[in-house]
Design a protein around this ligand. Structure first.
Ligand code: AMP
Length: 530
């Protein structure tokens, strides 16, 4: 089996601009399809590749296309045909990212969008066309698109295009391109019709198939959740809250995503840290130190960074972004379930990535069950269970006795349930979560920093609010400078925010009974911390 870690992007001798683009995109090392495909394409040969969304196939052909294009020459250098407009848009975006520094421009051309607008863009000149076959033919007929200068043609998701009846359109388009061209065909499956097309239009193509080593992962409970990209962070938080865990190891594709996920988690109050290739040895060591001391609950990492660390008590591995190949899946999930303990491997799958999941299931012979995300009630239930265990631990601890006396005094005149409930509220929401009606706006009354007043606003993490949202909202509504807003503390359902004393009344008037993130909110001076 080809070792992924042996090949680096620098081994491809890419131009400075393309290397810079790849690193800006946060790619640390090439995926298996890229390792195999990039050198072949750079050498000018045709390729027939079995790969699907999620494997990094776009960059596998996108990098060589950009490398070979001449920015000065504004003629169509490559045309990529895709079955759907969504894929056309996605591929064009990725191409523009790869071509960003070399100034190679790609444009998506698909049905449903104003043809006049597309014509205007085409007239200005682009290097790469990413289009659905029908609309491309439209432009060819109108003579608004000429393909004589094309050097590379890509048939992406060829099996889907075939299923959608695009075969004649593809043939027509290929005839418009020069015979002396490089042709690439990518397909998730290889039915005989695809092979026929390849035999007809590709010249001695190299076949690229990702290794099919049957690898199994014992003692790991494998679950996938179908979530949209935008729902992933919430899904992750719910799982962390609901699962009985020591450590979550969360994998993301790119360094940027690692940073984003870790900082989102921190903002939501989790003990999370990031680790990836941009970290110095010193930073890496600092994270590991924290980790060894048990101060981290969630470690967010790229594949490369995770490989270099030795951690044994990972109870949960999360594929925040789906692995680009089955091997990587098996390597990732192999980090859990060690030392005879059953581990849990969680994979987030967006609707577009279902095929990739099926490939992983087939090749890695993995049984990945569909999971249902825990409801808020279930999360609460799990939290109570964990608390119960902690309570029992405290009771079993001899040093607990001194607290009995405190509890006796605390519960004078109150029922035990009232005492427990209010302590629980403090534990979960922090002190000062109570509002006192009619408290005045003097700073010391609200427990704020000198010169500031602490306000209590009824919106919190549940509404996915971040400090920036609070600042923007208050600044806009009250017409004050966002920089004058002080400390912000976001809790599950509430937020505390400090504002200058002379502006407090104005802020309350502007914000109270307003709507934020679709929720009617109230704002009042907070009660002092006890
Ligand atoms: P694709 O299979 O082309 O749809 O790519 C799937 C995802 O992987 C996209 O978000 C790419 O930006 C990302 N990706 C592609 N190549 C790499 C790489 N070498 N390292 C990390 N992420 C990558």
């Amino acid at each position: 089996m080809e070792k992924r870690e042996d090949i680096k992007f620098s081994d491809f001798n890419l131009s400075r601009e393309t290397s810079q683009a790849v690193s800006t995109m946060g790619f640390e090392e090439p995926t298996p399809i890229q390792v195999k495909t990039i050198p072949i394409l750079l050498s000018g040969m045709d390729v027939i590749g079995q790969a699907q969304t999620g494997t990094g196939k776009t960059a596998a052909y996108g990098i060589p296309i950009v490398e070979k294009a001449d920015p000065e020459n504004l003629l169509v250098h490559a045309i990529i045909l895709t079955p759907t407009r969504e894929l056309a848009i996605q591929v064009a975006e990725e191409m523009n990212k790869i071509g960003r520094f070399k100034k190679i421009f790609a444009v998506p051309i698909y049905g449903g969008q104003s043809i006049d607008r597309q014509i205007r863009i085409l007239q200005k000149g682009v290097h790469v066309i990413v289009g659905t076959p029908g609309r491309v033919i439209d432009h060819i007929r109108r003579k608004t698109l000429r393909l004589e200068s094309v050097k590379i043609v890509v048939l992406d998701e060829a099996d889907e295009m075939l299923d959608m009846g695009f075969i004649d359109d593809i043939t027509t388009i290929l005839k418009e391109t020069p015979k002396k061209r490089q042709t690439l065909l990518f397909s998730a499956t290889m039915p005989t019709e695809i092979i026929k097309i390849a035999n007809r239009y590709l010249r001695n193509p190299e076949k690229v198939i990702i290794t099919k080593d049957a690898l199994t992962a014992p003692k790991i409970n494998q679950i996938f959740y179908e979530v949209r990209q935008s729902e992933k962070i919430d899904a992750l938080c719910r799982l962390i809250d609901a699962e009985d865990s020591d450590l979550f190891l969360v994998f993301c594709h790119t360094k940027r995503e690692v940073d984003d996920v870790a900082s989102d988690l921190k903002l939501r109050g989790y003990e999370a840290e990031a680790i990836h290739g941009d970290f110095s040895q010193y930073q890496r060591e600092a994270v590991m130190q924290k980790f060894r001391k048990g101060k981290i609950d969630v470690l967010v990492a790229t594949d490369v960074a995770a490989r270099g660390i030795d951690i044994s008590n990972i109870t949960h591995v999360v594929n925040y972004s789906i692995p680009q190949d089955p091997d990587s899946y098996v390597h990732r999930i192999g980090r859990t379930g060690r030392a005879g303990r059953e581990g849990v491997a969680i994979t987030f799958v967006t609707p577009r990535e279902e095929k990739q999941l099926r490939l992983i299931q087939a090749v890695a012979k993995a049984k990945i069950k569909r999971g249902k995300l825990p409801t808020l009630d279930e999360v609460m239930g799990a939290r109570i269970e964990t608390l119960k265990e902690k309570v029992q631990e405290f009771i079993d601890d001899k040093r607990f006795d001194i607290f009995i006396k405190m509890a006796e005094r605390l519960s004078e005149g109150l029922t035990p349930i009232e005492v427990a409930a209010s302590l629980l509220k403090f534990h979960l929401e922090g002190f000062g979560a109570e509002v006192s009606k009619g408290s005045d706006l003097s700073t010391n009354e609200t427990g704020a920093s000198p010169g500031m007043v602490r306000l209590f606003i009824t919106i919190g993490r549940q509404q996915k609010i971040r400090p920036g949202d609070i600042v923007r909202y208050i600044a806009e509504k009250a017409g004050i400078d966002g920089r004058s807003i002080g400390n912000i503390k976001i809790l599950e359902k509430f937020t505390f925010v400090e504002v200058p004393r002379d502006m407090a009344e104005k802020v309350i008037d502007a914000v109270h009974k307003g709507i934020m993130a679709g929720k009617k909110i109230s704002a009042e001076p907070a009660r002092p911390r006890t």
